[in-house]
Design a protein around this ligand. Sequence first.
Ligand code: SAH
Ligand code: SF4
Length: 375
Amino acid sequence: MTANLLDFDLEGLAVFCERLGERRFRATQLFRWIHQKGASQFDDMSDLAKSLREKLKVHAHVQCLPVVSQHVSADGTIKWLFDVGGGNAVETVFIPEDDRGTLCISSQAGCAVGCRFCSTGHQGFSRNLTTAEILSQLWFAEHFLRKHLKVSERVISNVVMMGMGEPLQNYTALVPALKAMLDDHGYGLSRRRVTVSTSGVVPMIDRLSMDCPVALAVSLHAPTDALRDNLVPLNQKYPIEELLQTCIRYLAHAPRDFITFEYCMLDGVNDQPSQANALIQLVQSHARQGLRCKFNLIPFNPFPASGLLRSPQARVQAFAKQLQDAGLVTTVRKTRGDDIDAACGQLAGDVQDRTHVKVRIAQQRTIILRELNEH
Ligand code: SAH
Ligand code: SF4
């Protein structure tokens, strides 16, 4: 079996090149061809020696995940569905804004954490994505968008690991992918513009602070263990106090001087004034120990199996105001891509019906290939 070069960060690629009897600097050239120029054919890599290209053709390939479908929202958001085999698919969402282009990437097919309000969680866990499968999403989106928009400069400026899956439960594959995103010879993204979002895998947050500190978002969703145990079952293993202490430790290494707490607003569940108050007490009581944070309130994106409802807008605003009045920086997330089911937690609603997914993947692939060919 030959190696998929999307599976490597630069260091991994250097080791691979050495095994082929090549000098390490060849890896830098190769890495730039793949990630900066979007090349996948070795013959296109004109400044590589012919002998190296021939060797690579025997031992390596550059293989992106197959695209199953592409949906473009009225607001410019684009959602891609990628086939990861075995009847599974993962989703990637591009969110264009005036001053940035954000790509929301998946880390697993399904998720084992099983949060009550998340459709990926309801779907269960299928498998971890490989580094190549994680990086494929960025490689494809960046080079597709450049070609489509007819630009040669970078389109994606920000990456958020907020698609399907819990990135810190796929740590070994995640870290090389993050390193390739940050590498100046790769995508050259700033650490502050790459965000790992986690439901709170405490030991892995600590490891990330050592191995690859990027911006951190923590899905909090509740001010008390009793409620969080119920909404985010992982809380039973790593309760709030332990999680906050870990956040404080992370801040010493973080590229930003705050942690973002995500809080999904669920009607009558976690959106009451008393709960805003409890949240304020919780973070203020840790401020002395060094906890610096911002809140991002996410209006819940409902799906039938959850049995939950979105908080009314007025309650979201009131909750935000209560936090702001207490001096906590709080934003309410705009929902983007609603019309194409690309909003948080709606991802891969499409693949829940597993019995038909293979047929649908085949049908959708025909459509996307047509669309891609037209551009
Ligand atoms: N597993 C990681 C990252 C993926 S989920 C995590 O949980 O942080 C990304 C964000 O979407 C999380 O904050 C998650 O709580 C939120 N989310 C999940 N389902 C949602 C839904 N139905 N509506 C709104 N936000 C949701
Ligand atoms: Fe998994 Fe995150 Fe969904 Fe929870 S919210 S089930 S951790 S993807």
